[in-house]
Design a protein around this ligand. Sequence first.
Ligand SMILES: *Cc1c(COP(=O)(O)O)cnc(C)c1O
Length: 429
Amino acid sequence: MDSAFKVAEEYSQQLDLQDPLSGYRLKFHIPPNTIYMDGNSLGLLAKNSEDCVLRALNEWKTLGIQGWLNADLPWFHMAEELGAQCAQIVGALPTEVVATGTTTVNIHSLVNTFYQPDDLRTKILGDELNFPSDIYALTSAVKLRGLDPNKNLILAPSRDGRTLDEKQIVELMTDDVALVFLPSVLYRSGQLLDMKTLTEQAHRRGIPIGFDCSHSVGAIPHFFDEWQVDFALWCSYKYLNGGPGGTAFLYVNENHFTVEPALAGWFGHVKERQFDMAPNFEHARSAGGWQISSPAILSSVPLEGSLKIILEAGIQAIRRKSLTMTSYLMFLIDELLSEDPYNYAVGTPREAKRRGGHVAIEHEEGSRISEALRVRNVIPDFRPPNIVRIAPSPLYSTYNEVWRVVQHLKEIIDSKEYERFSKGRKLIS
Ligand SMILES: *Cc1c(COP(=O)(O)O)cnc(C)c1O
């Protein structure tokens, strides 16, 4: 742990004064009087994203259908244009990324494209800690082929319920595996998997590999082309601040541009000839070929604003600040709250290269502590059984907020405030 940190509040203020990204906070709408630590679930609205949405509404108002070609960012090209911008932060060519669909739909589309079971290889290798939607989608992909998920969906187990061991995953890449599909950062513990090594090892065994990067894009740099990942997908509403349920992204390595998309739709047709309305599907030789429907313009356009901010701040600088903030948070928890009566524990791997943008703070009263935090206008989220996730955003959080979150965690125990809340299940936590 970085022993250069200090526990006094003044130290957090000093870090804020030295922060090269501090100016970006002004570019966001921060909920009033709130310490927002949930940017890994729903990123906040950037002011220029708001402008882009208002502009798009006005274009719809004044241009009607002509907006498809005449809007400031023509709707017909928006998916490819946003994809090209996002490609810059994931180490991809502009044509390898497109803004389209939603996370789970993109999992279905890409997994069904790259999962080609034959007589020898029938299995998908995933992991038991992945987000439930990903596991549901993998299960249905196996069933769609008429195969039994109990035999053909292998979920790499976790020894400690928090993390996965890459070596163990590699051992499971046996010669009956047809596809590997894994998360980049685990949504609960925040562990970052070694995508480069996993890709190398899968390819050494002739297995295609894809990643769900919903919990990493916008927080850490990716190098999909350099690593030669086959495909990837990610949502836009976490670290990319694209808005609730907003349009997601997908990446397909250019080596696979000739592969036929499994779920064909007219927006995946070669663009120049899309409006010939031909009955046979001629897919675009780019990630755009994996589009299915008309792009959701109103839930894509916020990305025009937020990607601009991320590209300007730079993904390396964003990662640097994120690591410093999360290291500082872990330092404060260790120093101040790890012992009786507090008993908070950090469940996230410590090494920088093994963690993403959030910290998993474990406590047996995690659920009720999360509620007490919300009453104090601190927004974390809770993931069962005992995890309070705290995600300071490099673009709009301050070091002083991190310091104050730790004070709140302390006071909630000192005052036993959490005891006021019931233990029941919540609709959204
Ligand atoms: C956020 C997230 C999802 C959400 O899926 P949607 O289809 O966007 O609702 C799925 N998988 C992972 C790993 C996520 O982090």
